[in-house]
Design a protein around this ligand. Structure first.
Ligand SMILES: NC(=O)c1ccc[n+]([C@@H]2O[C@H](COP(=O)([O-])OP(=O)(O)OC[C@H]3O[C@@H](n4cnc5c(N)ncnc54)[C@H](OP(=O)(O)O)[C@@H]3O)[C@@H](O)[C@H]2O)c1
Length: 285
């Protein structure tokens, strides 16, 4: 069994993503870190010896159980769980294949319940622990072409708020992290899965969809290292915040949440639906 260093489990820690950077940051603060992802080779390149890699597919009960048991056997506990693994997507709701929708809900929502079922009993036994669920500003206000992703994150936000309450008697902290744009592989990872069906009712909006695909990765999106420094500082506090939002567009969303919903949805449709389509038409003339 290891020392009394904080033991952190991070899901979705492939190189180039937010999870990888969070692992590096927790390790730099002296934590014992379990970086996990579906493929061990996707996590090559960590710079610190206190980061251990384990394979964990968050959509598999067996894989989750095995990884959690391995850490409990080695360390005796998990102090911090970061539910970071996630799948993005772009496309009109009725154009996304059903199997892709099911896979996204499994990865972004059911997986967090699966992880909670496996980890909470261990935290409850010690009456301490922190669970951080990585949601998104897209879970707060949906945008065109991001309907499935937004729905998964909205469901995750709701689950996290209930977990926050239900974990009170167990002395477990629950943090909802709602990032704005952070530099990662999220756009590269979803690009190969984007396909406009031949008979789509939205063919005229292909330029708008392509613009949405890379929206979180544009100019002022936050470097993952800077994001991780702020998140890890908050999570390691004796009393972590219940809710945290940061990175590009998060300030704008704070304001938009207070404005009339109909105005906000119409504004997003003009900017992300019609706007890029009309601009592309103009350029082609
Ligand atoms: N980047 C942003 O601007 C942004 C904004 C808001 C919220 N977020 C959220 O932040 C989290 C991290 O995303 P990211 O931006 O770092 O994207 P990313 O680079 O695409 O990383 C996603 C990670 O999730 C992993 N993953 C996917 N399916 C998995 C599964 N079944 N089991 C285990 N791991 C799985 C991926 O592993 P593979 O390498 O195996 O695919 C990868 O490590 C996600 O929850 C995302 O929704 C990101």
């Amino acid at each position: 069994m290891s020392s009394n260093k904080t033991v952190v489990l991070v899901t979705g820690s492939s190189k180039g993503g937010i999870g990888f950077s969070l692992c590096e940051e927790f390790a730099s603060r002296g934590c014992t870190v379990y970086a996990t992802a579906r493929r061990l080779e996707a996590m090559e390149g960590f710079s610190q010896p206190n980061i251990h890699t384990l394979s964990l597919d968050v959509t598999s009960d067996e894989s989750v159980q095995k990884a959690v048991e391995t850490i409990i056997e080695r360390e005796g506990r998990i102090d911090v769980l970061i539910n970071n693994a996630g799948l993005g997507n772009t496309g009109a709701i009725i154009d996304v294949p059903m199997d892709e929708i099911v896979r996204m809900f499994d990865t972004n929502v059911y997986a967090v319940i699966r992880m909670a079922k496996a980890v909470i009993p261990h935290m409850a036994a010690r009456k301490s622990g922190t669970i951080v669920n990585v949601g998104s500003i897209a879970g707060e206000i949906p945008v065109p072409w991001g309907g499935i992703y937004g729905a998964t994150k909205a469901a995750l936000h709701s689950l996290t708020e209930t977990l926050y309450m239900e974990c009170k008697p167990l002395d477990i902290n629950v943090v909802l992290l709602a990032p704005g744009g952070v530099k990662s592989n999220i756009a590269n990872n979803q690009a190969p899965r984007f396909k406009l069906p031949e008979n789509s009712l939205y063919s005229a909006y292909i330029d708008s969809m392509l613009a949405k695909l890379t929206m979180s990765q544009r100019g002022n999106s936050m470097p993952a290292e800077q994001f991780s420094q702020q998140v890890v500082s908050a999570v390691l506090k004796p009393q972590p915040p219940r809710y945290m939002t940061l990175a590009s567009m998060s300030g704008m969303y704070k304001v938009l949440k207070w404005l009339p919903r109909t105005w906000v949805l119409n504004m997003f449709w003009r900017r992300l639906g019609e706007g890029p389509r009309l601009a592309a038409l103009k350029n082609r003339k």
